[in-house]
Design a protein around this ligand. Structure first.
Ligand code: ZN
Ligand code: CA
Length: 403
């Protein structure tokens, strides 16, 4: 059976077996079957991918640019246990930023032949600090639901039916953390201009972040790294047609691969006559355990950069993140030391004073008043963690670490 995104004839795979961890390809086919404009969008993505593969589009950026990407995490839980902590969410965002920037500390586990194949993307993910109304947010929403396995239903993105509506797609990457049925870990929608409320990423809490509900072997935050790869246009290494050796992921620097690899494979693992090196089972877009899921290739990074500069470019013009440090805020206010063990010094670059609030990781106001340049903000009596200084200068993240 041949799956082609551009085909009018769409077959739904009968092989949604126990070993399917990611439902992106199936979700894509499902949406193509019912949505003509999405079908056209996927056709466009296919031809863009083909032009990239054939070298007709140069996507290599001249310098390492920082792409700041706003994220909102919608926690949707039936049981309190899945109402995951801010720390678990922050750990997941850290994992994304690590793996998208070639900062993995476990790179030594990559087989020698591929040690040099990765590349820093410059993608920096930030929890949004402005909600769609322009008000302060922690970048996390929390909703209790009574629907079992809501991530496997069409309700997760629908407030009326027990889910939570997405925030505007042009300005936020929406991530729903909610229960999925079976051993499915997650799915994402591929990039398009066909705006639908289900667009975004769904992850099961068992595979989200590295602490709390995250369970081995999917507890290094790499399910979201994989799904974020799809979100920026990457396919599985076997293409859409698992079991063949004829369908491409459009990346020239990933070898042909017959089917998904699970667990932790030994090098080399040969399929599709790919001797001597075999499958790149350490690729984030394969299904290996998190501990053996280790890299994006240069082509994959270049392609994602192409997508962020084209169909996802509105994310880079989002008003949703103001507290990033090096931009607007730091040109008007300096907070130091940060992290601090309790007392933060606030210096303004212009003579000024401003009302301020300090909010905790759950968005609750824990302190407020007026600050002037040279004042100190004392958080000594609070617990360690992330806080937000909200003032007319925007939002500044404060890290409190007493130890
Ligand atoms: Zn996938
Ligand atoms: Ca390839």
């Amino acid at each position: 059976m041949k799956f082609i995104f551009t085909s009018f004839l769409v077959f739904i795979s009968p092989f949604l077996g126990a070993q399917n961890l990611c439902l992106t390809a199936e979700k894509t086919l499902e949406r193509i079957a019912t949505n003509e404009s999405y079908r056209i969008e996927m056709q466009r993505l296919d031809s863009l991918s083909m032009s990239f593969k054939e070298g007709r589009i140069s996507s290599e950026s001249r310098d390492v640019k920082q792409y700041n990407i706003p994220v909102v995490v919608h926690v949707l839980y039936e049981y309190e246990e899945n109402n995951i902590s801010p720390e678990q969410i922050h750990a997941q965002i850290d994992a994304l930023n690590r793996d998208f920037n070639w900062e993995q500390s476990d790179k030594d586990k990559i087989p020698g032949i591929w040690q040099g194949i990765g590349k820093e993307s410059g993608f920096r993910f930030h929890l949004a600090d402005k909600d769609p109304n322009g008000d302060f947010t922690t970048g996390i929403t929390r909703t209790k639901t009574s629907i079992k396995g809501i991530g496997s239903t069409d309700f997760y993105y629908n407030k009326q039916r027990g889910g939570i509506n997405p925030w505007p797609l042009p300005h936020y990457v929406n991530i729903w953390v909610c229960a999925l049925e079976g051993n499915l870990l997650g799915f994402s929608y591929l990039p398009s201009n066909s705006v639908e409320p289900n667009d975004g990423i769904v992850i099961d809490p068992r595979a989200f972040g590295s602490i709390g509900t995250a369970q081995s072997p999917y507890n290094l935050g790499r399910t979201l790294v994989h799904e974020m790869g799809h979100y920026f246009g990457l396919r599985h290494p076997w293409g859409n047609e698992e079991g063949s050796c004829t369908d491409s992921d459009y990346m020239n620097d990933t070898p042909w691969q017959r089917e998904a690899n699970f667990g932790c494979k030994n090098f080399p693992t040969i399929s599709c006559s790919s001797e001597p090196d075999g499958d790149m089972f350490v690729n984030f877009m394969d299904y290996s355990n998190d501990s053996c899921s280790l890299l994006f290739t240069k082509d994959q990074v270049n392609f994602m950069q192409l997508i962020i500069r084209t169909s996802k470019v509105t994310l880079l013009h989002s008003p949703a993140i103001t507290g990033m440090g090096e931009e607007s805020i730091n040109s008007r206010i300096a907070i130091y030391p940060n992290p601090s063990s309790g007392v933060f010094q606030a210096d303004f670059f212009e003579d000024n004073s401003t009302p301020f609030e300090v909010k905790d990781a759950l968005g609750r106001t824990v302190q407020s008043g007026i600050i002037e340049s040279g004042n100190k903000i004392d958080l000594t009596r609070f617990d360690d963690g992330m806080y937000f200084l909200v003032s007319s200068f925007g939002v500044q993240k404060l890290m409190l670490k007493k130890g």
